[in-house]
Design a protein around this ligand. Sequence first.
Ligand SMILES: Nc1nc2c(c(=O)[nH]1)N[C@@H](CN(C=O)c1ccc(C(=O)N[C@@H](CCC(=O)O)C(=O)O)cc1)CN2
Length: 287
Amino acid sequence: MTAQILDGKATAAAIKSDLTVRVAALKAQGITPGLGTLLVGDDPGSRWYVNGKHRDCAQVGIASIQRELPDTATQEEIEDVVRELNANPECTGYIVQLPLPKGIDTNRVLELMDPAKDADGLHPMNLGRLVLNETGPLPCTPQGVVQLLRHHGVEINGAHVVVVGRGVTIGRSIPLLLTRKSENATVTQCHTGTRDLSAQLKQADIIVAAAGVPHIIKPEDVKPGAAVLDVGVSRDENGKIVGDVHPGVAEVAAWLSPNPGGVGPMTRAQLLVNVVEAAERNAAAAV
Ligand SMILES: Nc1nc2c(c(=O)[nH]1)N[C@@H](CN(C=O)c1ccc(C(=O)N[C@@H](CCC(=O)O)C(=O)O)cc1)CN2
């Protein structure tokens, strides 16, 4: 078996094309959605991600508001920029690029954000809304995973999903999304404390690998016909991305998301969705 590709680039392009129409409709009402980003420090990967987010904005007609601080920035200086973005009328939604430098209290920064402007869906109020099944911005990578599966017609309803990883931006909230009635999956969450990962993986109809451990998902652990999403990002000595999924999995799985080209572009597309939805909510509230 050679797996069919869960093509994140093409799916993200379709989402962006829909957003271009929605942004044009907002502009016709005199509303220009704006995405703000705060980048602290000079990590090349983070800078690449932030630049990509602004390139995406330009493609769909969203305005860009870029803020940067050096890696020596204090908690207070970071929080001052968050307050400024909270008050900035041109900023519909914004993100604080993660990770923040060592010594910064990330939760305190996220909690200070205006939840109505939280384009990442990571503010505690928005994570709480997800738990309560209320409307709000959804975490970008987890929702990107759901959209990638839906777009390719992979059956989620009734599926047994094994998520590997429990990080805040990805692993924690994927089970919350997939167990909603609209998705209706059964989810097992695995992590470094899981006794027999291989036994868990073998049960899975869908595997979401977000451990950040190169090639932790091996072909012999995958049920033939499963869908496998590679969300892990590690780098080899040449800076090339190495995912969590061993290349041999392509011979066992029915569906596989490439890495790069799978969930990464979906993360960026979902960020734009969150900004446009925030702008549409503001427009509806203004009527
Ligand atoms: N505030 C946030 N910080 C971080 C998030 C996040 O969602 N919000 N997630 C990651 C990084 N990230 C977005 O910020 C991100 C990661 C990957 C991609 C992407 O498009 N990747 C490409 C390949 C990129 C490469 O070659 O290096 C792909 O998968 O095709 C976009 C965004 C951590 N921080």
